[in-house]
Design a protein around this ligand. Structure first.
Ligand code: NAD
Length: 444
Protein backbone atom coordinates (compact mmCIF):
# COMPACT_ATOMS: atom_id res chain seq x y z
CA UNK A 1 0.00 0.00 0.00
CA UNK A 2 1.42 3.37 -1.02
CA UNK A 3 1.39 5.69 1.96
CA UNK A 4 2.28 9.34 1.66
CA UNK A 5 4.57 10.38 4.48
CA UNK A 6 5.39 13.70 6.08
CA UNK A 7 8.39 14.25 8.31
CA UNK A 8 7.97 17.16 10.72
CA UNK A 9 11.30 18.62 11.84
CA UNK A 10 14.08 18.03 9.30
CA UNK A 11 17.24 18.19 11.43
CA UNK A 12 19.74 15.34 11.80
CA UNK A 13 16.98 12.81 12.42
CA UNK A 14 14.17 14.14 10.23
CA UNK A 15 16.19 14.96 7.10
CA UNK A 16 17.71 11.49 7.20
CA UNK A 17 14.36 9.81 7.75
CA UNK A 18 12.70 11.82 4.97
CA UNK A 19 15.45 11.15 2.41
CA UNK A 20 15.71 7.44 3.24
CA UNK A 21 11.93 6.92 3.11
CA UNK A 22 11.83 8.59 -0.32
CA UNK A 23 14.69 6.31 -1.40
CA UNK A 24 12.55 3.34 -0.39
CA UNK A 25 9.86 4.56 -2.81
CA UNK A 26 7.50 6.54 -0.59
CA UNK A 27 6.27 10.01 -1.48
CA UNK A 28 7.62 12.20 1.29
CA UNK A 29 7.05 15.81 2.32
CA UNK A 30 9.52 17.16 4.87
CA UNK A 31 8.39 20.10 6.99
CA UNK A 32 10.51 22.47 9.03
CA UNK A 33 9.72 25.84 10.58
CA UNK A 34 13.24 26.96 9.64
CA UNK A 35 12.71 28.45 6.15
CA UNK A 36 16.42 28.50 5.39
CA UNK A 37 16.67 24.78 6.12
CA UNK A 38 13.68 24.12 3.87
CA UNK A 39 15.28 26.12 1.05
CA UNK A 40 18.62 24.34 1.37
CA UNK A 41 17.09 20.86 1.56
CA UNK A 42 14.87 21.68 -1.43
CA UNK A 43 18.01 22.63 -3.38
CA UNK A 44 19.70 19.32 -2.49
CA UNK A 45 22.11 21.08 -0.15
CA UNK A 46 22.31 19.19 3.14
CA UNK A 47 22.44 21.77 6.00
CA UNK A 48 24.65 19.48 8.13
CA UNK A 49 27.37 16.89 7.58
CA UNK A 50 26.28 13.26 7.45
CA UNK A 51 28.30 10.78 5.37
CA UNK A 52 26.35 9.37 2.42
CA UNK A 53 23.16 11.35 3.03
CA UNK A 54 23.45 14.07 0.38
CA UNK A 55 23.26 11.65 -2.60
CA UNK A 56 20.16 10.07 -1.04
CA UNK A 57 18.61 13.52 -0.59
CA UNK A 58 19.38 14.44 -4.20
CA UNK A 59 18.02 11.16 -5.55
CA UNK A 60 14.79 11.80 -3.68
CA UNK A 61 14.46 15.34 -5.05
CA UNK A 62 15.26 14.25 -8.62
CA UNK A 63 12.75 11.39 -8.45
CA UNK A 64 10.03 13.90 -7.50
CA UNK A 65 9.16 11.75 -4.49
CA UNK A 66 10.80 14.10 -1.94
CA UNK A 67 9.83 17.72 -1.29
CA UNK A 68 10.14 20.15 1.59
CA UNK A 69 7.80 22.82 2.94
CA UNK A 70 7.20 25.01 5.95
CA UNK A 71 3.40 24.79 5.60
CA UNK A 72 1.48 22.66 8.09
CA UNK A 73 -1.63 22.98 5.94
CA UNK A 74 0.21 21.41 3.04
CA UNK A 75 1.56 18.64 5.28
CA UNK A 76 -1.85 17.87 6.78
CA UNK A 77 -3.38 17.69 3.34
CA UNK A 78 -0.57 15.52 1.96
CA UNK A 79 0.19 12.89 4.58
CA UNK A 80 -1.29 9.54 5.53
CA UNK A 81 1.49 9.11 8.07
CA UNK A 82 3.11 12.06 9.85
CA UNK A 83 6.47 11.45 11.55
CA UNK A 84 7.35 13.86 14.38
CA UNK A 85 11.11 14.46 14.40
CA UNK A 86 11.43 17.85 16.11
CA UNK A 87 14.03 18.55 18.78
CA UNK A 88 13.60 17.83 22.49
CA UNK A 89 16.60 19.66 24.00
CA UNK A 90 17.43 20.10 27.66
CA UNK A 91 15.54 22.97 29.31
CA UNK A 92 17.88 25.79 30.15
CA UNK A 93 18.91 25.62 33.81
CA UNK A 94 17.10 22.32 34.41
CA UNK A 95 17.60 18.62 33.75
CA UNK A 96 14.13 18.14 32.22
CA UNK A 97 13.47 17.95 28.49
CA UNK A 98 12.00 20.98 26.77
CA UNK A 99 8.83 19.76 25.08
CA UNK A 100 7.93 23.11 23.54
CA UNK A 101 8.71 21.97 20.00
CA UNK A 102 6.98 18.62 20.12
CA UNK A 103 3.89 20.21 21.71
CA UNK A 104 3.90 22.99 19.12
CA UNK A 105 4.18 20.51 16.24
CA UNK A 106 1.17 18.49 17.40
CA UNK A 107 -0.84 21.64 18.15
CA UNK A 108 -0.07 23.03 14.69
CA UNK A 109 -0.80 19.82 12.80
CA UNK A 110 -3.81 18.39 14.64
CA UNK A 111 -6.46 21.07 13.84
CA UNK A 112 -5.62 20.77 10.14
CA UNK A 113 -6.10 17.00 9.89
CA UNK A 114 -9.20 16.45 7.77
CA UNK A 115 -8.85 12.76 6.98
CA UNK A 116 -7.82 9.58 8.82
CA UNK A 117 -4.08 9.40 9.41
CA UNK A 118 -1.37 8.12 11.68
CA UNK A 119 0.88 10.49 13.64
CA UNK A 120 4.12 8.76 14.64
CA UNK A 121 6.42 10.31 17.23
CA UNK A 122 10.12 9.61 16.71
CA UNK A 123 11.62 12.31 18.94
CA UNK A 124 13.07 11.22 22.27
CA UNK A 125 10.56 12.17 24.95
CA UNK A 126 10.00 11.67 28.69
CA UNK A 127 7.78 8.72 29.53
CA UNK A 128 4.15 9.85 29.59
CA UNK A 129 4.48 12.27 26.68
CA UNK A 130 2.88 9.99 24.07
CA UNK A 131 -0.25 9.40 26.16
CA UNK A 132 -0.61 13.13 26.72
CA UNK A 133 -0.07 13.98 23.05
CA UNK A 134 -2.53 11.26 22.03
CA UNK A 135 -5.17 13.11 24.04
CA UNK A 136 -4.20 16.46 22.48
CA UNK A 137 -4.43 14.94 19.02
CA UNK A 138 -7.88 13.41 19.64
CA UNK A 139 -9.11 16.70 21.11
CA UNK A 140 -7.77 19.04 18.40
CA UNK A 141 -8.12 16.94 15.24
CA UNK A 142 -11.43 17.53 13.44
CA UNK A 143 -11.38 13.81 12.56
CA UNK A 144 -11.07 12.96 16.29
CA UNK A 145 -10.23 9.29 16.81
CA UNK A 146 -9.42 8.84 13.13
CA UNK A 147 -6.12 10.58 13.79
CA UNK A 148 -4.19 7.89 15.64
CA UNK A 149 -0.91 8.40 17.52
CA UNK A 150 1.92 5.85 17.74
CA UNK A 151 5.43 6.27 19.24
CA UNK A 152 8.37 4.89 17.33
CA UNK A 153 11.59 6.00 19.05
CA UNK A 154 14.63 6.45 16.84
CA UNK A 155 18.04 4.91 17.55
CA UNK A 156 20.12 6.16 14.60
CA UNK A 157 23.68 7.29 15.22
CA UNK A 158 25.06 10.42 13.59
CA UNK A 159 27.86 9.34 11.27
CA UNK A 160 25.96 6.15 10.40
CA UNK A 161 22.50 7.68 10.02
CA UNK A 162 21.65 6.39 6.54
CA UNK A 163 22.60 2.80 7.25
CA UNK A 164 20.98 2.89 10.68
CA UNK A 165 17.75 4.15 9.10
CA UNK A 166 17.68 1.57 6.33
CA UNK A 167 19.01 -1.34 8.43
CA UNK A 168 18.10 -0.63 12.06
CA UNK A 169 18.98 -3.07 14.87
CA UNK A 170 15.33 -3.10 15.89
CA UNK A 171 12.11 -1.18 15.35
CA UNK A 172 10.19 -0.28 18.49
CA UNK A 173 6.58 0.84 18.24
CA UNK A 174 4.48 2.14 21.11
CA UNK A 175 0.79 1.60 20.40
CA UNK A 176 -2.31 3.26 21.85
CA UNK A 177 -4.49 1.44 24.38
CA UNK A 178 -7.57 1.21 22.19
CA UNK A 179 -7.36 -2.10 20.33
CA UNK A 180 -8.71 -1.04 16.95
CA UNK A 181 -6.41 1.98 16.85
CA UNK A 182 -3.44 -0.14 17.94
CA UNK A 183 -4.06 -2.76 15.25
CA UNK A 184 -4.43 -0.07 12.61
CA UNK A 185 -1.23 1.70 13.69
CA UNK A 186 0.77 -1.54 13.74
CA UNK A 187 -0.50 -2.53 10.29
CA UNK A 188 0.43 0.83 8.76
CA UNK A 189 3.89 0.87 10.38
CA UNK A 190 4.57 -2.70 9.22
CA UNK A 191 3.86 -1.46 5.68
CA UNK A 192 6.05 1.62 6.09
CA UNK A 193 8.94 -0.47 7.47
CA UNK A 194 8.35 -3.47 5.18
CA UNK A 195 11.83 -3.26 3.71
CA UNK A 196 13.69 -3.50 7.05
CA UNK A 197 11.23 -6.02 8.48
CA UNK A 198 11.59 -8.16 5.35
CA UNK A 199 15.36 -8.17 5.90
CA UNK A 200 14.83 -9.62 9.37
CA UNK A 201 14.85 -6.51 11.60
CA UNK A 202 13.01 -7.41 14.82
CA UNK A 203 9.87 -5.42 15.62
CA UNK A 204 8.98 -4.86 19.26
CA UNK A 205 5.47 -3.55 19.87
CA UNK A 206 4.65 -2.24 23.32
CA UNK A 207 2.44 0.24 25.13
CA UNK A 208 3.38 3.92 25.03
CA UNK A 209 5.35 4.13 28.29
CA UNK A 210 7.41 1.02 27.53
CA UNK A 211 8.31 2.24 24.04
CA UNK A 212 9.31 5.65 25.39
CA UNK A 213 11.43 4.01 28.08
CA UNK A 214 13.26 1.74 25.62
CA UNK A 215 14.90 4.76 24.04
CA UNK A 216 16.03 6.51 27.20
CA UNK A 217 17.12 3.29 28.90
CA UNK A 218 19.23 2.38 25.83
CA UNK A 219 20.95 5.76 26.07
CA UNK A 220 21.33 5.41 29.83
CA UNK A 221 23.04 2.06 29.31
CA UNK A 222 25.40 3.39 26.65
CA UNK A 223 26.32 6.43 28.76
CA UNK A 224 26.92 4.14 31.73
CA UNK A 225 29.22 1.91 29.70
CA UNK A 226 31.34 4.88 28.63
CA UNK A 227 31.46 6.33 32.13
CA UNK A 228 32.29 2.90 33.56
CA UNK A 229 35.47 2.65 31.50
CA UNK A 230 36.28 6.29 32.22
CA UNK A 231 35.90 5.61 35.96
CA UNK A 232 38.39 2.76 35.45
CA UNK A 233 40.61 5.30 33.67
CA UNK A 234 40.58 7.48 36.81
CA UNK A 235 41.67 4.51 38.90
CA UNK A 236 44.31 3.59 36.32
CA UNK A 237 45.70 7.12 36.53
CA UNK A 238 46.00 6.78 40.31
CA UNK A 239 47.49 3.28 40.08
CA UNK A 240 49.81 3.95 37.10
CA UNK A 241 47.95 1.33 35.08
CA UNK A 242 46.93 1.43 31.42
CA UNK A 243 43.17 1.69 30.80
CA UNK A 244 43.51 0.87 27.09
CA UNK A 245 45.00 -2.54 27.95
CA UNK A 246 42.37 -3.00 30.64
CA UNK A 247 39.59 -2.16 28.18
CA UNK A 248 41.03 -4.52 25.56
CA UNK A 249 41.19 -7.36 28.07
CA UNK A 250 37.61 -6.69 29.23
CA UNK A 251 36.35 -6.59 25.66
CA UNK A 252 37.19 -10.27 25.02
CA UNK A 253 34.55 -11.23 27.58
CA UNK A 254 31.49 -11.44 25.38
CA UNK A 255 29.25 -10.67 28.34
CA UNK A 256 30.94 -7.26 28.38
CA UNK A 257 31.86 -6.63 24.74
CA UNK A 258 34.19 -3.99 23.42
CA UNK A 259 31.80 -1.52 21.86
CA UNK A 260 31.28 1.75 23.74
CA UNK A 261 34.17 0.70 25.98
CA UNK A 262 36.75 3.13 24.60
CA UNK A 263 38.27 5.25 27.38
CA UNK A 264 38.80 8.92 26.64
CA UNK A 265 37.21 12.31 26.88
CA UNK A 266 33.72 10.87 27.26
CA UNK A 267 30.38 11.41 25.61
CA UNK A 268 28.67 14.57 24.39
CA UNK A 269 26.34 15.54 21.58
CA UNK A 270 22.66 16.31 21.27
CA UNK A 271 21.45 13.01 22.76
CA UNK A 272 23.25 11.14 25.57
CA UNK A 273 23.87 14.02 28.00
CA UNK A 274 20.43 15.60 27.73
CA UNK A 275 18.67 12.23 27.56
CA UNK A 276 20.14 10.89 30.80
CA UNK A 277 19.36 14.18 32.54
CA UNK A 278 15.79 14.24 31.27
CA UNK A 279 15.43 10.60 32.33
CA UNK A 280 16.53 11.47 35.89
CA UNK A 281 14.16 14.46 35.98
CA UNK A 282 11.22 12.38 34.77
CA UNK A 283 11.95 9.51 37.16
CA UNK A 284 11.94 12.11 39.94
CA UNK A 285 8.52 13.37 38.89
CA UNK A 286 7.26 9.78 38.96
CA UNK A 287 8.69 9.18 42.46
CA UNK A 288 11.29 6.74 41.09
CA UNK A 289 14.30 9.04 41.39
CA UNK A 290 16.26 6.60 43.57
CA UNK A 291 16.34 4.12 40.71
CA UNK A 292 18.46 6.49 38.64
CA UNK A 293 20.80 8.11 41.15
CA UNK A 294 23.65 6.21 39.45
CA UNK A 295 23.06 8.31 36.33
CA UNK A 296 24.09 11.41 38.24
CA UNK A 297 27.42 9.67 38.85
CA UNK A 298 27.59 8.66 35.16
CA UNK A 299 27.14 12.32 34.21
CA UNK A 300 29.70 13.50 36.75
CA UNK A 301 32.35 10.95 35.71
CA UNK A 302 31.82 12.14 32.15
CA UNK A 303 32.27 15.81 33.05
CA UNK A 304 35.33 14.99 35.19
CA UNK A 305 37.14 13.66 32.09
CA UNK A 306 36.94 17.12 30.53
CA UNK A 307 38.37 18.70 33.68
CA UNK A 308 41.13 16.07 33.80
CA UNK A 309 42.00 16.81 30.17
CA UNK A 310 42.44 20.52 30.94
CA UNK A 311 44.47 19.70 34.07
CA UNK A 312 46.77 17.37 32.12
CA UNK A 313 47.37 19.99 29.43
CA UNK A 314 48.07 22.67 32.05
CA UNK A 315 50.44 20.36 33.90
CA UNK A 316 52.40 19.72 30.68
CA UNK A 317 52.82 23.47 30.32
CA UNK A 318 54.27 23.85 33.81
CA UNK A 319 51.08 24.88 35.61
CA UNK A 320 49.63 27.76 33.62
CA UNK A 321 48.10 28.47 30.23
CA UNK A 322 48.93 32.16 30.33
CA UNK A 323 51.06 33.13 27.36
CA UNK A 324 50.94 29.56 26.00
CA UNK A 325 49.55 28.35 22.70
CA UNK A 326 47.32 25.30 22.50
CA UNK A 327 46.38 23.51 19.28
CA UNK A 328 43.05 21.69 19.47
CA UNK A 329 42.27 18.94 16.96
CA UNK A 330 38.54 18.30 16.86
CA UNK A 331 35.39 20.28 17.61
CA UNK A 332 32.56 17.88 16.74
CA UNK A 333 31.30 15.75 19.62
CA UNK A 334 32.43 12.70 17.67
CA UNK A 335 34.04 11.94 14.29
CA UNK A 336 31.98 11.82 11.10
CA UNK A 337 29.57 14.45 12.37
CA UNK A 338 29.53 18.26 12.41
CA UNK A 339 27.37 18.28 15.54
CA UNK A 340 28.90 20.42 18.31
CA UNK A 341 26.02 20.20 20.78
CA UNK A 342 27.57 19.62 24.23
CA UNK A 343 30.89 18.87 22.54
CA UNK A 344 33.60 17.70 24.97
CA UNK A 345 36.25 19.09 22.60
CA UNK A 346 34.80 22.60 22.55
CA UNK A 347 34.19 22.50 26.29
CA UNK A 348 37.88 21.78 26.84
CA UNK A 349 38.96 24.41 24.30
CA UNK A 350 36.74 27.08 25.89
CA UNK A 351 37.94 26.22 29.37
CA UNK A 352 41.61 26.59 28.36
CA UNK A 353 40.80 29.87 26.63
CA UNK A 354 39.07 31.08 29.83
CA UNK A 355 42.25 30.20 31.77
CA UNK A 356 44.35 32.46 29.55
CA UNK A 357 45.58 30.06 26.85
CA UNK A 358 45.70 31.00 23.18
CA UNK A 359 43.62 28.24 21.63
CA UNK A 360 43.36 27.42 17.92
CA UNK A 361 40.82 24.77 16.90
CA UNK A 362 40.54 22.75 13.72
CA UNK A 363 37.87 20.21 12.76
CA UNK A 364 37.39 18.59 9.32
CA UNK A 365 33.62 19.28 9.22
CA UNK A 366 32.41 21.16 12.27
CA UNK A 367 34.15 24.54 11.81
CA UNK A 368 31.03 26.57 10.91
CA UNK A 369 29.05 25.16 13.86
CA UNK A 370 32.03 25.54 16.19
CA UNK A 371 32.55 29.18 15.15
CA UNK A 372 28.88 29.94 15.79
CA UNK A 373 28.93 28.24 19.19
CA UNK A 374 32.28 29.74 20.32
CA UNK A 375 32.99 32.96 18.44
CA UNK A 376 35.77 33.87 20.89
CA UNK A 377 37.92 30.85 19.97
CA UNK A 378 40.48 31.01 17.16
CA UNK A 379 40.22 28.57 14.28
CA UNK A 380 42.80 27.20 11.86
CA UNK A 381 42.07 25.87 8.38
CA UNK A 382 43.99 22.60 8.88
CA UNK A 383 45.49 20.44 11.60
CA UNK A 384 48.88 21.98 10.86
CA UNK A 385 47.45 25.51 11.06
CA UNK A 386 45.81 24.75 14.42
CA UNK A 387 49.09 23.33 15.71
CA UNK A 388 51.24 26.20 14.44
CA UNK A 389 53.43 27.49 17.26
CA UNK A 390 51.62 25.30 19.83
CA UNK A 391 53.22 24.44 23.15
CA UNK A 392 50.81 21.53 23.42
CA UNK A 393 48.50 19.80 20.92
CA UNK A 394 45.29 18.16 22.13
CA UNK A 395 43.54 15.47 20.10
CA UNK A 396 39.92 15.75 21.22
CA UNK A 397 37.81 14.19 18.41
CA UNK A 398 39.17 11.03 16.79
CA UNK A 399 38.68 11.83 13.09
CA UNK A 400 40.55 9.43 10.75
CA UNK A 401 42.49 12.46 9.48
CA UNK A 402 43.99 12.88 12.97
CA UNK A 403 44.57 9.16 13.57
CA UNK A 404 46.57 9.06 10.32
CA UNK A 405 48.69 12.14 11.07
CA UNK A 406 52.44 11.91 10.58
CA UNK A 407 54.26 12.71 13.83
CA UNK A 408 57.10 14.37 11.87
CA UNK A 409 54.77 16.57 9.86
CA UNK A 410 53.07 17.87 13.00
CA UNK A 411 56.45 18.31 14.70
CA UNK A 412 57.39 20.80 11.98
CA UNK A 413 54.50 23.07 12.98
CA UNK A 414 54.65 23.18 16.78
CA UNK A 415 56.80 25.12 19.23
CA UNK A 416 57.05 22.15 21.63
CA UNK A 417 56.32 18.47 21.01
CA UNK A 418 53.71 18.00 23.72
CA UNK A 419 50.67 15.95 22.78
CA UNK A 420 47.65 14.84 24.79
CA UNK A 421 45.63 12.13 23.10
CA UNK A 422 42.17 12.67 24.57
CA UNK A 423 40.69 9.74 22.66
CA UNK A 424 43.42 7.11 22.96
CA UNK A 425 43.43 7.15 19.17
CA UNK A 426 47.19 7.29 18.44
CA UNK A 427 50.04 4.81 18.80
CA UNK A 428 52.15 6.12 21.71
CA UNK A 429 55.30 4.31 20.57
CA UNK A 430 55.19 5.90 17.15
CA UNK A 431 54.77 9.40 18.56
CA UNK A 432 57.38 8.94 21.27
CA UNK A 433 59.83 7.59 18.69
CA UNK A 434 59.38 10.84 16.76
CA UNK A 435 60.37 12.83 19.84
CA UNK A 436 56.93 13.69 21.18
CA UNK A 437 56.06 13.88 24.84
CA UNK A 438 52.92 11.76 24.39
CA UNK A 439 50.30 11.71 27.16
CA UNK A 440 46.82 10.21 27.23
CA UNK A 441 43.88 9.92 29.59
CA UNK A 442 44.04 6.79 31.74
CA UNK A 443 47.55 5.77 30.73
CA UNK A 444 50.87 6.08 32.45
P1 NAD B 1 17.71 18.95 15.28
O1 NAD B 1 17.78 20.12 16.18
O2 NAD B 1 18.83 18.67 14.33
O3 NAD B 1 16.38 19.01 14.41
C1 NAD B 1 15.16 19.41 14.90
C2 NAD B 1 14.43 20.16 13.79
O4 NAD B 1 13.10 20.42 14.17
C3 NAD B 1 15.06 21.52 13.47
O5 NAD B 1 15.34 21.59 12.08
C4 NAD B 1 13.97 22.53 13.86
O6 NAD B 1 13.97 23.67 13.05
C5 NAD B 1 12.73 21.70 13.69
N1 NAD B 1 11.56 22.15 14.45
C6 NAD B 1 11.50 22.51 15.76
N2 NAD B 1 10.25 22.83 16.10
C7 NAD B 1 9.49 22.65 15.01
C8 NAD B 1 8.10 22.80 14.74
N3 NAD B 1 7.24 23.16 15.70
N4 NAD B 1 7.66 22.54 13.50
C9 NAD B 1 8.53 22.18 12.51
N5 NAD B 1 9.83 22.00 12.72
C10 NAD B 1 10.31 22.24 13.94
O7 NAD B 1 17.49 17.70 16.24
P2 NAD B 1 17.79 16.14 15.95
O8 NAD B 1 19.18 15.80 16.35
O9 NAD B 1 17.31 15.81 14.58
O10 NAD B 1 16.84 15.46 17.04
C11 NAD B 1 15.43 15.43 16.89
C12 NAD B 1 14.88 14.45 17.89
O11 NAD B 1 15.38 13.14 17.59
C13 NAD B 1 15.27 14.70 19.33
O12 NAD B 1 14.23 14.32 20.19
C14 NAD B 1 16.47 13.78 19.53
O13 NAD B 1 16.67 13.46 20.90
C15 NAD B 1 16.01 12.59 18.71
N6 NAD B 1 17.09 11.74 18.21
C16 NAD B 1 18.17 12.31 17.61
C17 NAD B 1 19.19 11.49 17.13
C18 NAD B 1 20.44 12.08 16.53
O14 NAD B 1 21.42 11.32 16.35
N7 NAD B 1 20.49 13.35 16.21
C19 NAD B 1 19.08 10.09 17.25
C20 NAD B 1 17.93 9.57 17.81
C21 NAD B 1 16.95 10.40 18.30
Amino acid sequence: MAHRLTVIGTGYLGATHAACMADLGFEVLGLDMDEEKVARLSAGDLPFYEPGLEPVLRRGLESGRLRFTSSYAEAAEFGDVHFLCVGTPQKSGEYAADLTYVNAAVEALAPLLTRPCLVVGKSTVPVGTAARLGDVLARLAPVGGDAVLAWNPEFLREGFAVDDTLNPDRIVVGLPGEQGAAEHAEKVLREVYASALGAGTPLVTADFPTAELVKVSANAFLATKISFINAMAEVCEAAHADVTKLSEALSYDDRIGGRFLGPGLGFGGGCLPKDIRAFMARAGELGADQALTFLREVDEINIRRRIRMVDLARQLLGGSFIGRTVGVLGAAFKPNSDDVRDSPALDVAASIRAQGGKVTVYDPQAMPNARRAHPSLDFGESALAAAAGAHVVLLLTEWAEFRDMEPDALAGAVAERNLVDGRNALDPERWRAAGWNYRALGRP
